[in-house]
Design a protein around this ligand. Sequence first.
Ligand code: ABC
Ligand code: CA
Length: 480
Amino acid sequence: ASATDWRGRAIYQLLTDRFSLSTNQATSCNTTQALYCNGTWNGITNHLDYIQGMGFDSIWISPIVANVEQTTAYGQAYHGYWAQDITSLNPHFGTADDLKALSAALHKRNMYLMVDVVVNHFVSTSSVATSNNANLDFSKLVPFSNSSDFHPYCLITDYNNQTNVEQCWLGDQYLPLVDLNTENPSIVSTMNNWIQGLVKSYGIDGLRIDTAKHVRKDFWPAFAKAAGVFTMGEVLIGDVGYAAPYTEVLDSVLDYPNYYTLTSAFGSQTGNFSALINTVTASQKSYSTPSVVGSFLENHDNPRFQSITQDISLVKNAMTWPFIQDGIPILYQGQEQGFTGGAMPGNREALWPTGFVTSNKPLVTHVTTLNAARKAAAAANSTFLTTPLKFIIQQDPSLLAVSKPPLVALLSNLGSNSTKSSTWVAPGVASANEVLVDVLSCAVVKADGSGGVSVPVVNGLPQVLIPASALAKNGTVCPS
Ligand code: ABC
Ligand code: CA
């Protein structure tokens, strides 16, 4: 599937080891130990109703290839990022047939499969590196088993030096991630053939590309072309200027710059909206296609939002953002269940102890509504998904209002306990006297004679306004 095919979709990010067991969901999983908890591809296949029921039409799963089996200084490779043999599958997650069955089950539901892939590094089974890489055992790495297939040993020490970032190694002396020599043309062509085969074998619709900034930019276009599907690179950086060039060599990136400003904007009652406005404005100018970058509030590498604040209004405001912002919304498993894990590995809680229950889960309801609202807006206006979000300046610095026709989102970081009486004012966002509905409460809002709306804040909660006429066609959101 292409970037255009992905644009209107919403992605549920799951960690294969932590989403669902094949059977017996009563088993517990201790995140601190960082060991396999035994989630599988079959487990995912059996719980697609849960994901699709919230309105997601694609999933992003953990890397699928065989990893080191040892228990390392940082536990086991349950996350899948420590590849040893990229020509075999990770047996903990299931068989080739299980993965093909997952892919087929998704496609039957018109859902897409995004697979996480790592080009940058492997992990050697010998644990201790020395000042040269002579003591590392490369013999078990497949298909690159010579030390000359990798960059000479040096740990990354200077993130301001791009050669250091690309050719030195991630990890540390306890667990070095051996850095593939992606300058070598024969390695390049092996990797391109590998990804082409992988995509074909398992019916993959898109790739999440790990550690994209640690491989030279001009490696990526041929790799993406060989894959022949949508590519989203992980470029972990707060700086739009650093991230933007990667949107030229891949279809998209994970929108880390806006993740940081989003988190601080809604992380407290004193959060800063102008930093958020600045990163959005900068990314709209510099990303090649802002409508297909990955917009997210949580992932498996960062503390969950609810480890920062559990104020339900702040949480709901922050969660709303990826669904109304330019780009493809991504929700990380467990956020909908209210998980609160902090820094990794604490943020990698197993989902199955929740029993996949969706009733009486306010954030499940919230995300289901947001997905439905986004679909309704896209169905009502064919340019919705490609129209850049516009800010509507508010007098009150605790209020944020944005418009992306036919949708208007009214957000705030007042929090649920605020006693201040505040009102969003959004002139000219609707037609004269148009009837709009806040999809999150189903309250009706009427635009004035010049299409302006003026809406009081209730308990600091967000509001997402959509014309009643657009909802009528959709039928599922606030039916009346
Ligand atoms: C394990 C343990 C950790 C331990 C670590 C040393 O080893 O779990 O507790 O601290 C996988 C596993 C991890 C594992 C690592 C290393 O491998 O999932 O559990 O950690 O063995 C991707 C994946 C991630 C994965 C890998 C490796 C890469 O999403 O899950 O980790 O395949 C860098 C990379 C980035 C990578 C991330 C973990 O590390 O660039 O691709 N993620 C700065 C740098 C970033 C750097 C980041 C964190 O620090 O610029 O490049 O990310 O080290 C902003 C700035 C940024 C700054 C951030 C922190 O702040 O603008 O520049 O990022 O404001
Ligand atoms: Ca590298």
